[in-house]
Design a protein around this ligand. Structure first.
Ligand SMILES: [Zn+2]
Length: 212
């Protein structure tokens, strides 16, 4: 499939056509031209971000145990989609989160994502509020973890380590809550994240799926 053959985004009005993009108002997608309204799930989407080596992949299994009513993903499982472009990969995750919300479930993505990378994507309007937390550890611990990785992953060179440390510093300064995976076990980290998510869903008035 060449880029020109890609189907149009599904966020346009089926009556008015691909030129008329739907607008989101609360839990409704609304056509500004013909007034068509269609309900859309308003579940929050949760993102557990962090630099490489911060513990995102390790946390997925404990998080599944801590939140059996949510669907937890390591975002790398569809990394081959990124060959179509990083925005396509990120947009695909938003579409999947929307599809999962249609099934009445909340999605948790564990991966190196930033709020600004998601806000401008076409599928952003398909999902409710997006809430971020970050996994962190001291620079020396991050460097040790990355040096122990096999070289094919490309994260164990000193340049790569410095780059991931700078990314970790940015996340530490800008995203809360922040969990130090050098101080907490994966299970302890998962319990803290689960507590944050359940409280956040309570605040949003959503029924926490974990309590079902
Ligand atoms: Zn329309």
């Amino acid at each position: 499939m060449t880029p020109s053959e890609q189907p149009p985004e599904e966020t346009f009005c089926l009556t008015c056509g691909p030129d008329t993009v739907l607008e989101r108002k609360g839990a409704v997608l609304h056509c500004p031209r013909c007034g068509t309204r269609e309900p859309v799930p308003d579940f929050p989407l949760y993102v557990v971000t962090g630099a490489s080596g911060a513990g995102k992949t390790t946390i997925t299994e404990p998080l599944r145990r801590a939140l059996p009513g949510c669907d937890v993903f390591d975002t790398d499982i569809i990394l081959q989609v990124a060959t179509l472009g990083w925005d396509t990969w990120r947009n695909t995750w938003l579409r999947l989160a929307h599809g999962i919300a249609l099934n009445g479930r909340v999605t948790i993505l564990c991966g190196s994502l930033l709020p600004s990378q998601l806000e401008t994507l076409p599928a952003r309007k398909l999902v409710g509020p997006i809430r971020f937390c970050t996994l962190d550890c001291p620079d020396t611990v991050l460097a040790d973890r990355l040096r122990r990785r096999p070289s094919w992953r490309g994260t164990s060179t000193e340049d790569a380590i410095a780059r991931h440390q700078r990314f970790a510093a940015w996340l530490r300064a800008h995203i809360q809550p922040c969990y130090d995976t050098s101080q907490l076990t994966p299970d302890e980290t998962a319990v803290r994240i689960a507590t944050w998510i359940i409280r956040s869903m309570d605040d949003a008035g959503a029924t926490p799926p974990a309590a079902n």
